[in-house]
Design a protein around this ligand. Sequence first.
Ligand code: F3S
Length: 396
Amino acid sequence: MFLTRDQERMLEGENGDAVRKSMELLVALGEVFGAEKLVPIESAHISGVSYKNLGDAGTEWLEEQAELGSRCRVRATLNPAGMDMEKWEEMNVPPEFAEGQVRVIEAFKRMGVEPTCTCTPYLIGHVPRMGAQVAWAESNAVCFSNSVIGARTNRESGPTTLASAVTGLTPLYGYRLDENREPGKIVEVGTEMKTRLDYSALGYVTGKTLGNAVPYFRGLGSPDLESMKTLGAACATSGGVALWHGEGVTPEAGWAAGHLDGVEKVTVECSDLEEARERLVCDPSNPTYCVGCPHCSLREMAETAELAKGRDLGGRLWVFTSRGVYQEAARAGHVETIEKAGGRVYSDTCMVVAPLHEMGWEGVATNSFKGGYYSVAHGFETMITTLDKLVEGASR
Ligand code: F3S
């Protein structure tokens, strides 16, 4: 792989051990994937934040990186942690877990990472330019960034995003190149998309059918931001989709339409969406009702508050969002409305990366196929339904 003289110096350790180690990782990655060179990135979004996944070994590794002098050269934000950093006791998170989680966040802060703790950085002002090279992890954020914003990233990991943040560089391969952004399959949507849950189900079916091919959707209707967020999250979960095009919807769809010759077509019908829902779920006896996978937008907070009004949710409805959106929702009165009805609103964490078993959860109900998929994988009886039914279900 070609390196500039400056990059060679970074690799030789002239900018310190932290930069050298990060360069070693990126060069090795580039060589595995046949990258010609490294390119500058404009920002990073780093995953691997929950103490649940990191444990002591991962936490110590992060502390070592901070000690070694790793410092971000570009803007870097952080994925959700395993708990609300302020209300963790109320969540019933064990103190020893909280202690580990605080160490993780402190290590990231020392490296200059913004402790945003959200999987929707694009809802709190971290929005790259169209065409910008970025190094983002977290599959829904990757999908949104590539597809809806038109920035360019591969499905990065925690260590590679940190290495890119520290060097400001990434190897040029995969979705960073035009040829890998061409459609792999045309997906004809043969049913009217009525609810956001329909988009989530469509994403789930598409990912299952296509694996990691790039879908070119026809007949998506007019999805709002929240529908595109949940669509991408689901197809990145059931398959390895990192980029989708939507005819008349996403910014590169016009360009992608010029590359459809000979591309195979599949059709998704209403019955496919129904079947997906039935296959994935059962009827849990004592579920926690969860909203916010991916993290809620301000509009979803407002909708949830409206539905919660006058109900008795008895602590059964849990709403997850970023701290940035939480603050806006608090100012608008949505947090108070939800809490007055007996719902709970948490920031910094989510229904998948928190230590749910230790917190005493028995089952999960959600309006997200991504959330549902992981709940089943973590051994919870799971139900997937629309937001209004979810709030109704939580209500006694
Ligand atoms: Fe976000 Fe957690 Fe879902 S990280 S996409 S809320 S699994």
